[in-house]
Design a binder for this molecule. Structure first.
Ligand code: NAG
Ligand code: NAG
Length: 237
C-alpha cells in the first residue's frame, strides 16, 4: 500500500516558501529600533538639573531622552520644550518612574511589536506588553502623546493612558482608568480621580493614604487638562 500525502512535495515546498515569505513580510513591517543609553550628555539645563541623552529620531518640542539625577540611575522620559524658550526643559512622562535603568540600557521596538526598556544584562524593566498586537511603529503625535500604531493607524498603546506625574493638554484621568498621578519622590503624593471627586493624598509608609486636599467634589467620570493659548501667535506657531 502506498502512502499518499495530501499535497505533493513540490506544492508543500511552495506552501512553506509562502509561509516564510509571509512571516518575513509581516516582521519587516514593524519599524524596529534599538537605542542604547550611552554617549555624551546634552548641553541644556533641564528640570531637576538632570543629565540627559536625547534619542535622535524624535524632534522638539517633545523628545524622548534618557535622563538621570543620580549617577547610574536613568529614566526613559519625554521632555517638553523648544530651544528658543527661556523656560527649562520639563520631564512630562516617564516609562520607568520608580525603576531606574543603568548606563547601556536599551530602549527598543522589537520585531513582535513590543516596546521594551531593558538593562544591559537583558533584564526587562518596563514594556508596553504589545507583542503580537499588530504594532507597526512608534510616533509622538502633536501634544506629546507617544503612540504605538497598527497598519490602519489605530493606536494600540498610548502614553496618555499611562500618565506618571503630569497631565499634558488634552490628557485625562478617568474613573475607568487611568485614575491617578504619582509624585516624583517615590509617589509620596498622589492625585486620584474617584467617582465622587478629585482627591490629593499623602502616601506615607504603612498607614492608609492620608487625604489632604480635594480639587473637585462632585460625581464625575473624567477630568481633562484643558488650556487655551494666551496669544493668537500660539495658534500659528
Ligand atoms: C557601555 O558599553 C560600552 C560598549 O560595550 C562600554 O565600552 C562601556 O564601558 C559601557 N559603559 C558602562 C558604564 O558600563
Ligand atoms: C513619612 O512622613 C515622615 C514624617 O513627615 C517622613 O519623615 C517620612 O520620610 C515619610 N515617609 C515617606 C515614605 O514619605
Amino acid at each position: 500500500m502506498a502512502l499518499t500525502f495530501p499535497a505533493s512535495p513540490p506544492s508543500l515546498f511552495l506552501f512553506f516558501f509562502f509561509l516564510l515569505l509571509f512571516f518575513s513580510l509581516s516582521q519587516a513591517q514593524v519599524q524596529t529600533f534599538t537605542y542604547v543609553n550611552e554617549g555624551e550628555f546634552g548641553p541644556y539645563i533641564t528640570e531637576n538639573d538632570a543629565d540627559y541623552r536625547v534619542l535622535p529620531p524624535f524632534s522638539s518640542p517633545f523628545q524622548m531622552c534618557f535622563y538621570n539625577t543620580t549617577p547610574g540611575e536613568f529614566y526613559l522620559a519625554l521632555r517638553m520644550a523648544t530651544r528658543r524658550s527661556e523656560s527649562t526643559f520639563r520631564w512630562v512622562w516617564r516609562a520607568n518612574p520608580f525603576s531606574p535603568v543603568r548606563d547601556n540600557a536599551t530602549f527598543s521596538l522589537r520585531p513582535d511589536g513590543d516596546l521594551v526598556l531593558a538593562n544591559p544584562d537583558g533584564k526587562i524593566v518596563w514594556s508596553t506588553n504589545t507583542a503580537n498586537k499588530g504594532v507597526v511603529g512608534l510616533k509622538i503625535v502633536p501634544g506629546g502623546n507617544i503612540v504605538l500604531y497598527d497598519n490602519k493607524g489605530k493606536f494600540v498603546w498610548q502614553s496618555f493612558d499611562h500618565p506618571t506625574d503630569t497631565l499634558l493638554v488634552g490628557q485625562s484621568l478617568r474613573v475607568s482608568g487611568p485614575t491617578e498621578l504619582l509624585s516624583r519622590n517615590n509617589g509620596a503624593y498622589s492625585l486620584v480621580l474617584q467617582s465622587d471627586g478629585l482627591y490629593m493624598y499623602i502616601n506615607n509608609a504603612t498607614t492608609e493614604p492620608l487625604l489632604y486636599g480635594r480639587l473637585l467634589d462632585q460625581a464625575t467620570t473624567s477630568v481633562e487638562f484643558v488650556s487655551e493659548p494666551d496669544t493668537d501667535q500660539a495658534h500659528t506657531s
